[in-house]
Write a protein that binds this ligand. Structure first.
Ligand SMILES: [Zn+2]
Length: 181
């Protein structure tokens, strides 16, 4: 069952320090985008253990989902599964930016899960290691010329490069060497 809230009652847990309770949930959260980066569908699988400790309530385990961001070279969507290890502490008097609040003998895991997921979104991914940039068929860089040849995945090259191709590296190296002798 997919849910949008995840509040854990800690009354039972707090009766004895060291009591552990597994919590698993499939969440569909709103507000899981930052610019062009997002969690696909806002879907996050939570698999944690909630434990009563002397310092408060400790939540540890992992959160997983699929991130979507824009390839920094070709601008296609890049979807990547991610998993975050977490260990967070909930306290009655939380420290801003470090621990989370216990309110009415309950802890709310949604803000924690959302924050950690947003931090896990890749900043400038590549769709694949050898992505060379925009697909020339979809984003033509100039007017098509000489289209009578067979279709090719190779980008069209300026014919003037052929002159450079004709130079062999050995020739260039020996010429430089002679200049210095
Ligand atoms: Zn790409």
């Amino acid at each position: 069952m997919v849910q949008s809230t995840l509040v854990v009652d800690i009354v039972e847990l707090q009766r004895r320090t060291g009591t552990r309770r597994p919590v698993r949930a499939d969440l569909a959260l709103s507000d899981t985008e930052v610019g062009d980066r997002s969690v696909v569908g806002g879907l996050l699988a939570v698999d944690v253990v909630v434990e009563a400790a002397t310092e408060g309530i400790v939540v540890s385990g992992n959160v997983s989902g699929v991130s979507r961001a824009t390839c920094r070279r070709c601008l296609d969507d890049v979807d990547e599964p991610f998993q975050i290890e977490l260990r967070e502490i909930f306290e009655r008097h939380p420290t801003e930016g470090e621990t989370w609040p216990i309110e009415d003998e309950r802890i709310d895991l949604v803000p924690v899960v959302r924050e950690l997921a947003l931090l896990a979104l890749p900043l400038a991914p590549l769709c694949r290691d050898d992505c060379t940039g925009p697909d020339t068929d979809r984003f033509p860089t100039g007017p098509a010329e000489g289209t009578d040849g067979p279709e090719s995945d190779e980008p069209q090259r300026d014919p003037r490069w052929a002159a450079l191709d004709a130079l062999a590296f050995d020739d260039v190296a020996s010429e430089v060497g002679e200049d210095h002798c």
